[in-house]
Design a protein around this ligand. Structure first.
Ligand code: FPP
Length: 232
């Protein structure tokens, strides 16, 4: 691995359910293990010098899952931060989120807001949890906000860079990884992935770890990123 570390990495954490099923466990056991993988991968990304890691933890479509599973996913942030917030603080990691928090139960909202506030002065990795996040919805909300500003007298002079500021995630993504073999984007960061390198690995999210992250970064470093231009 050389020192060309992707600054922004986004991950679709897929395969928790299948991982659990293969072991004769309930799907929630896969999510629990998946939450521990978040810790492992965040610490690794922080050590490697990644600036921002965005993890797709709950999509706007996930509400369609059975009530028990949705309930468990709502409890996971609480379990996760109880266990790991101290370590995240020690490692200087800053927690943020992308998505509409309002739809979650109030205790879920509270634990997430507390983690965001407690870590807000940290200067290491930004660990951004995409929760109740959907990219089309994100774009729509951005358009509505901009339209309101224009209605209130703003000049209609929007640039691509300006529009990014209306989104939950304003940064372009350097590397997007999806675990567990599916080859889809699933309404994740549609605007921000415009020039990302995409990696689809067969490894299930609960089995993903530092070595797998390094393998993905090495593959990223072998790609020839031209952003529509020609190779130097
Ligand atoms: C996709 O696997 C995974 C999810 C929908 C949930 C991901 C959530 C976590 C990893 C934990 C979240 C924790 C915190 C702290 C926010 P799947 O269930 O679709 O797996 P399958 O495709 O094998 O069924």
């Amino acid at each position: 691995m050389n020192d060309n570390i992707p600054q922004t990495i986004a991950i679709i954490m897929d395969g928790n359910g299948r991982w659990a099923k293969q072991r004769g466990l309930p799907r929630t056991a896969g999510h629990k293990q998946g939450a521990d993988t978040i810790r492992t991968v965040a610490l690794a990304a922080n050590e490697l010098g990644v600036k921002k890691l965005i993890l797709y933890a709950f999509s706007t479509e996930n509400w369609k899952r059975p009530e028990g599973e949705v309930g468990y996913l709502c409890k996971l942030p609480g379990l996760f931060f109880n266990k790991y917030i101290r370590e995240l603080m020690e490692k200087n990691i800053r927690v943020t989120f992308a998505g509409e928090l309002e739809r979650f139960p109030s205790d879920t909202q509270k634990v997430i807001n507390r983690a965001v506030n407690d870590t807000s002065h940290n200067t290491g990795l930004e660990l951004c949890l995409a929760i109740n996040y959907g990219s089309r919805r994100e774009i729509l909300l951005g358009i509505q906000k901009y339209a309101d500003e224009v209605k209130n007298g703003r000049k209609n002079d929007l640039t691509e860079e300006d529009f990014s500021q209306y989104l939950f995630v304003p940064e372009d993504i350097d590397l997007m990884i999806r675990t567990s073999g599916e080859v889809r984007i699933s309404n994740f960061l549609l605007w921000q992935l415009a020039y990302s390198e995409l990696i689809f690995t067969p490894v299930a999210w609960p089995d993903f770890n530092k070595e797998e992250l390094i393998k993905c970064i090495e593959e990223f470093q072998h790609r020839d990123r031209r952003f529509g231009g020609l190779t130097k």
